[in-house]
Design a protein around this ligand. Structure first.
Ligand code: SF4
Length: 333
């Protein structure tokens, strides 16, 4: 099987004081081995919930997986016991979180923190694990002499390198990175992204990069999925989505980033806010913010429309004609 990951019709709900939130809403997603996919969307779009479900780490309660399946490297993740999952996490899938400042234990040396993960998963003695920790530190660009230092002796970028070393210590086949560079300065951000890209190639991993930044997607991803209100509303390879964005929300994301080649173009932020997740509209969730909305958009959920075997969108605009949006813009002007 060439797929490292296959998510099929996944629905995840959370019970809150305000009602039931459908955080992940009938998601289908697959990823080929060796590829990187960017999952893009605003805070609250369901990106992290979807990612956590791949490790079967949704807190239950308040979370509940209502339906669907997740196949990771041939393993039916949602049917595994917690004991079985412990062996899968780290070795088959690993995750890096946003804030390196809180992810490390301040009173344990970085070497011990990397070695601990290695000895748990690989069942090797502490001396051997420490040796491997040194190699991991070097692999992420930190001199091995720093193995006995504590997290406070490292800068933010260096701490994130240590986190990457921990995540990769057991050679996972899939690495999930949740906004891994958001807390870092821009120059450091670029170095960390470059490192991740190099390591992904070297270790022949697949990667899921969760971000709200299309610039990061352009740098490291092969494919991109745009999420909105718990759904993937457009997906394609990098070229499909960057050169030919189809969904009005995707178009809005591109219009809200500066274009240095043409500074006369005014930025056009997407108006309004994401709908209340406890009270999603009956039809398209983007309806209240969409400049192209048709009458049926308020009442009917859009279905998946394919433009090629790699590129699809969920939007009523293309149900009748695939160039509908172009025509609409032309007529309006
Ligand atoms: Fe806009 Fe309708 Fe498409 Fe939703 S389905 S994005 S409201 S045109």
């Amino acid at each position: 099987n060439n797929k490292i990951l296959e998510i099929d019709d996944l629905v995840i709900e959370f019970r809150t004081d305000d009602g039931v939130v459908k955080a992940v809403n009938n998601i289908n997603l697959s990823l080929d081995r060796g590829k990187t996919i960017g999952i893009v969307g605003e805070t609250g779009a369901g990106k992290t919930t979807m990612a956590l479900s791949i490790l079967n780490l949704i807190p239950k309660p308040p979370g509940k997986i209502i339906q669907g399946s997740i196949n990771l490297d041939g393993i039916d993740i949602l049917k595994k016991t917690e004991r079985e999952l412990e062996k899968i996490r780290g070795r088959i899938v690993s995750m890096i979180f946003q804030d390196p400042m809180t992810a490390l234990n301040p009173v344990i040396t970085v070497g011990e923190q990397i070695a601990e993960v290695i000895s748990i998963h690989q069942r090797i003695g502490s001396k051997k694990a420490m040796k491997k920790a040194e190699e991991m530190l070097e692999m992420v660009g930190i001199p091995r002499e720093r193995i006995s230092e504590y997290p406070h002796q490292f800068s933010g970028g260096m701490k994130q390198r240590v986190i990457i070393a921990i995540a990769l210590a057991c050679s996972p086949r899939l690495l999930i990175a949740d906004e891994p560079t958001t807390a870092l300065d821009v120059t450091i951000q670029a170095q960390v992204l470059k490192l991740m890209k190099e390591l992904k190639e070297k270790l022949k991993m697949s990667m899921i990069m969760i971000t709200h930044d299309l610039g990061i997607v352009a740098q490291v991803c092969d494919e991109v999925a745009i999420m909105y209100a718990g759904k993937i509303i457009e997906k394609g390879n990098l070229r499909d989505v960057f050169e030919n964005p189809k969904h009005p929300y995707t178009e809005g994301l591109f219009n809200s980033i500066p274009n240095i080649d043409n500074r006369k173009v005014m930025l056009k932020p997407i108006r309004g806010l994401m709908p209340d997740p406890c009270n999603l509209p009956k039809g398209c969730s983007f309806c209240d913010r969409c400049d192209y909305a048709l009458e049926k958009c308020a009442n009917e959920k859009p279905k998946k429309i394919s433009f090629s075997h790699t590129h699809f969108v969920e939007c009523h605009l293309y149900e009748v004609e695939k160039d509908y949006k172009l025509k609409y813009i032309y007529n309006r002007e």
